[in-house]
Design a protein around this ligand. Structure first.
Ligand code: PLP
Length: 390
């Protein structure tokens, strides 16, 4: 595919109509685990699918182009993409991670540091003093997640990257929540982008996968080699499905974001809601930074029910368009209760420190008719009132 095409065109068209065998418009899937040698001591472009596979390579190329990177490594989950990034650290090196990072990332960092693989410091990166103190320890890697899960806190990628560069640290941004459709961290100074492709990039809740995108070509090679050594590369079928999802990334994101905007303002005016966390709301603390570094506010939000934890059960039990489930980023709308689901493993005190209350609900907004979503939430609120009246 030509260079200099707009990202929408790359997402929809990378690899389209390139099949030289039959002229297939949609690129074929190559499930083969092994590839014939062209001759004695002469391998073809592919030899074994753990190392490299054409379907996986096309997905990697597409995601790398969208992020503006030199290349990408497609892994079998978002967690294995994070772990691949951490694999290069040594025992005397320090990782600075957000205090409110994704639960699985928190658990991985904590476990690896307990085993002495590296040290980790969890820092509120929006707190200038805490960030400055962390940088004084000369970290090897600074991990950023913005917006954060589930409170949608926003941090300034460009500013943190600059601080990190000043002390010689590499910067990785987990861009799962926004995708390159809405945020491109490499253009803001990051060295790596991590994705759980399970979420928006695939977008149909039928694949678990990940990607590590690198700014530098030499690093792509290094990480690809390590992914082959450890065998964490993604399956061809998953790559095929994810690529199918990526083709509609922009229209899905546009629709989901527009639905989310309506729902955020509906919730913001609701008498049974104490606070809405959505960076698109003008009173959100990260609104200004998000407006500058993102090209949209995304389709994730969370809010606190006034009735606290007692209100959560009747509310979620009354929902029928929203499904009570973990994960996010699919075309279908999901509701999650972080305290009992995604963030249960964190423990009550860490949740409290991170500001995750027991009455907090997180919504992943899908592509449905927005009025049906609002009616569904209305039924949830009605069920709380019925419960209190009874
Ligand atoms: C889901 C998620 C991950 C982990 O990805 P898996 O595909 O579930 O392994 C990492 N970071 C963020 C922000 C996520 O939402």
């Amino acid at each position: 595919m030509k260079r200099n095409l707009k990202p929408e065109t790359v997402a929809a068209g990378n690899g389209i109509a390139t099949d030289e065998t039959y002229g297939a418009v949609t690129p074929p899937i190559y499930l083969s685990s092994t590839f014939a040698f062209e001759g004695f001591e002469r391998s073809g472009p592919y030899d074994y699918s753990r190392t490299a596979n054409p379907s996986r390579a096309l997905l990697a190329d597409t995601i790398a182009r969208l992020e503006g990177g030199s290349g990408a490594i497609i892994t079998c989950s978002g967690m294995s993409a994070v772990d691949l990034l951490l694999s290069r650290l040594s025992a005397d090196e320090l990782v600075v991670a957000p205090h409110d990072c994704y639960g699985g990332t928190y658990r991985l960092l904590a476990n690896r540091s307990e085993r002495g693989h590296f040290s980790v410091s969890f820092v509120n990166q929006a707190d200038e003093t805490a960030l400055a103190a962390a940088m004084e320890q000369y970290p090897a890697l600074v991990l950023i997640e913005t917006p954060s899960n589930p409170l949608m806190r926003v941090v300034d990628i460009e500013r943190i990257s600059k601080r990190a560069k000043d002390v010689g640290a590499k910067v990785a941004v987990d861009n799962t929540f926004l995708t390159p459709a809405l945020q491109r961290p490499l253009s803001l100074g990051a060295d790596y982008v991590i994705h759980s492709t399970t979420k928006y990039l695939n977008g149909h809740s039928d694949v678990v996968g990940g990607a590590l995108v690198c700014a530098e070509a030499s690093e792509v090679e290094e990480f690809a080699s390590w992914a082959n050594i450890t065998g964490v590369t993604g399956a061809p079928f998953d790559s095929y499905l994810t690529l199918r999802g990526v083709r509609t990334l922009f229209p899905r994101m546009g629709r989901q974001q527009s639905n989310a905007k309506h729902i955020a303002s509906y919730l913001n005016k609701h008498p049974q809601v104490s606070v809405v966390h959505y960076p698109g709301l003008p009173d959100h603390p990260g609104h200004r930074i998000a407006g500058r570094q993102q090209s949209g506010f995304g389709a994730m939000l969370s809010f606190e029910l006034k009735g606290g934890v007692a209100a959560v059960r009747p509310f979620v039990e009354a929902l029928s368009v929203f499904t009570l489930a973990e994960s996010l980023g699919g075309v279908e709308s999901l509701a999650a209760h972080p305290a009992s689901m995604t963030h249960l493993g964190m423990g009550a005190s860490a949740r409290e420190a991170a500001g995750i209350g027991d009455g907090l609900l997180r919504l992943s907004i899908g592509v449905e008719a927005v009025n049906d979503l609002i009616t569904d939430l209305e039924e949830g609120f009605g069920a709380i009132q019925d419960r209190t009246a009874a």
